[in-house]
Design a protein around this ligand. Structure first.
Ligand SMILES: [Zn+2]
Length: 285
């Protein structure tokens, strides 16, 4: 058995849902440069699935604010921040007002798009980031009540970040981090298993999410906790009484959906598709 706190199968999910609140803690909406999903569609799907959501757009919080406006779906205020070193951190706030304050003071004015690199996708979208180092972002987040989780630490370079956080000179930084995203549905199983190992070794809590850039992926991975409000939910993660439930999405599905969303037709040949697949993996996960 892999780890008893991680459930990779769908068995008994209905039973668990009676006692636990399920939340997909990593979702992108159209406020992210690489997604076109409307927040209303995410909420509608979440309601149908009886799960909660955290809309965590790349360096933007408007999607999260929009999700927080309603009260039909359980929402954790959140954001995914990409820093100057091109590494990402997921921040979950106990209150939407704190997210708003943090966003307005420390993020919004510092967003920029780095348009460089050889890859087609980087040229089209650019790399969206905040003009701050990871250390600055974490220190500023420390001023708020928020849970800090390393996003997909074993993703593909350049966003792969476990070595970055593991450097001796950044020990202080790693100490300030609460959790590690151990199940990201958009990654291969191997990358998630490595993330679990690292989280256990460094004594960090577990978070999970689909990293959905398309509606179809929403809900593929979730965190489940015995909680009915944001504070209790995030505290359950800190206390490590939460579960991580879900599975990885097949890469072919991710690519197909991505191409559909970009209006690509089936004309693209296999070789080109493979090339594209690699680009998608590097740039949009
Ligand atoms: Zn993401």
């Amino acid at each position: 058995m892999f780890h008893k706190r991680i459930v990779f199968q769908e068995t008994g999910l209905r039973e668990l849902k009676k006692d636990y609140t399920f939340v997909d803690m990593h979702i992108h909406s159209r406020y992210s440069h690489d997604s076109r999903t409307h927040v209303s569609a995410i909420l509608h799907k979440a309601q149908k699935m009886s799960i909660g959501v955290a809309v965590t757009d790349h360096v933007r919080a408007e999607g999260s604010f929009e999700a927080c406006k309603q009260n039909k779906v359980f929402v954790i205020p959140g954001i995914e921040v990409n820093c100057l070193e091109n590494k990402e951190i997921l921040l979950y706030f106990y209150s939407v007002n704190d997210l708003r304050d943090f966003y307005e003071k420390h993020i919004e004015k510092y967003i920029f798009i780095k348009k460089e690199g050889k890859k087609r996708i980087t040229k089209i979208f650019g790399t969206v980031m905040v003009n701050k180092t990871m250390a600055e972002i974490i220190d500023q987040a420390e001023m708020y009540n928020c849970l800090k989780s390393v996003a997909h630490p074993y993703t593909f370079p350049p966003r792969r970040s476990h070595l970055f956080f593991n450097r001796r000179k950044r020990r202080n930084l790693l100490n300030k981090i609460d959790a590690i995203e151990v199940l990201n549905a958009s990654l291969p199983t191997r990358a998630n298993r490595q993330a679990v190992k690292w989280a256990r070794k460094s004594h960090k809590a577990f978070t999970a999410g689909s990293d959905a850039h398309m509606l179809k992926e929403v809900g593929e991975s979730t965190v489940a906790a015995r909680a009915d409000n944001v504070e209790d939910f995030l505290e359950a993660i800190r206390k490590r009484t939460n579960l991580v439930i879900g599975e990885e999405i097949k890469l072919s599905t991710v690519v197909k959906e991505f191409m559909k969303s970009q209006n690509y037709k089936s004309k693209i040949g296999i070789r080109k598709l493979e090339h594209f697949e690699e680009e998608v993996l590097h740039e949009s996960l």
